[in-house]
Write a protein that binds this ligand. Structure first.
Ligand code: PLP
Length: 381
């Protein structure tokens, strides 16, 4: 018999998986499921990006690339980051097969057994799993009493962050809340990180998807350049989830270490996908604007629908998620939502915040209306 490593045994399988399994089973039985559980845009990848991928394949870009990415893409990433006020050199960029792989490499490179990592709850599920696999310990600050804003929670964050803290993870706009943190909140994070000499991962994968506000890049603040890992990817902004393309930019000393993990595991991101990535960064302004506009009207619709039913949900300024406060037992609520109303959602407890559910509005307005109507009909609102 096999004796499994504790690094995998201490991690739970993804909670969202149980939901999608239940949804698939119902669909296989012929039921119509309104799936609001998914974390991916419902738009096709922009046509010119698809074409660039095909052209690259035709041109023979099908072999390995330099481990950290093709120079054209790394240069395009450096330019994009410069637009965000970030000053990274080409060699400080690592192109990864998905942002998730980038996070994994960074966390594995920074966290030893017993190192403390601070998360802001509710937090995306994979941060916890990765920290646990690395052997780290978690400290958490709950933003749910403040409509998921960080600024009012800064005092609590100050109580948690100490000289023993190795790493803080900030995700704005946030999955699962859609919250965009204020500049004052970001400056508060900076002050704590500098005071206690803490490294910060700024997960900016939803940065392009905001409604009338901008999310400041933490690495652009004074004192943050040499302690910030800026993480981003192509999945959300350019609707490229299945292409698996992302990147991080970090101080050279970290990249020197994490590149070893990168080259000894994935070798490199897919060659022709990297070429499509250049097109995505350079020629998708209109396509992105169109998607963001659609997300914004859906957000308005969904917030209004919950409001009509007297259910409180903080209005998110970014990403494509809404977290209404649904029931003390959010797991039971989500089970009833899928079993009785055939609406798939994710319980807040999966993100460290019981009492809430996460709904994705990467779905048509018609489906959003249908979903909320069904929840109301089953007495769940
Ligand atoms: N970070 C956050 C907060 C996410 O929600 C996701 C995807 O769900 C990722 C990172 C990673 O995305 P990908 O690996 O598709 O680039």
């Amino acid at each position: 018999t096999m004796d499994f490593a504790s690094r995998v045994e201490r991690v739970e399988p993804s909670a969202t998986l149980a939901i999608s399994n239940a949804a698939s089973e119902l669909e296989a039985e012929g039921h119509d499921v309104v799936d609001l559980s998914v974390g991916e845009p419902d738009f096709p990848t922009p046509e010119n990006v698809v074409q660039a991928g095909k052209d690259a394949m035709d041109a023979g870009h099908t072999g390995y690339t330099s481990s950290n990415g093709i120079p054209e893409l790394k240069d395009a990433i450096v330019d994009k980051l410069a637009d965000d006020g970030l000053d990274y050199a080409t060699d400080e960029v690592v192109v990864t097969p998905g942002g998730k792989q980038g996070l994994f490499e960074v966390i594995m490179s920074l966290i030893d057994d017993g190192d403390e990592v601070v998360l802001l709850d509710p937090a995306w599920v994979s941060y916890e799993a990765m920290v646990k696999m690395a052997g780290g310990t978690l400290s958490r600050v709950d933003t749910s009493p403040y409509d998921f804003q960080l600024e009012p929670a800064l005092d609590e964050l100050a109580d948690v962050v100490s000289d023993d803290t190795e790493l803080l993870v900030v995700n704005s706009p946030s999955n699962p809340t859609g919250a965009v943190y204020s500049d004052a909140a970001m400056e508060g994070v900076r002050d704590l990180a500098v005071e206690h000499d803490v490294a910060v991962i700024s997960d900016e994968i939803y940065k392009e998807i905001t409604y009338g506000v901008e999310s400041t890049s933490l690495g652009s603040l004074d004192g943050m350049g040499d302690r910030t890992i800026t993480l981003n990817g192509f999945s959300k902004a350019y609707s490229m989830t299945g292409w698996r393309l992302g990147y991080y930019a970090a101080p050279q000393a970290l990249v020197d270490q994490s590149s070893k993990l990168h080259s000894h595991s994935v070798s490199c991101a897919v060659n022709f996908v990297q070429h499509a990535g250049v097109e995505a960064l350079q020629n998708t302004e209109d396509a992105v604007a169109e998607m963001v506009e659609a997300f914004e009207s859906r957000r308005d619709l969904l917030v209004d629908l919950f409001d009509d039913h007297g259910v409180h949900a903080a209005t998110p300024d970014g990403a494509f998620y809404l977290m209404p406060e649904v029931a003390d037992d959010d797991q039971a609520w989500c089970e009833a939502a899928i079993e009785d109303a055939h609406v798939a959602t994710v319980p807040g407890s999966a993100f460290g915040t019981p009492g809430y559910a996460r709904l994705s509005y990467a779905a048509s307005e018609e489906r959003l209306k249908e979903g909320v109507q069904r929840l109301a009909d089953e007495g769940l609102l």
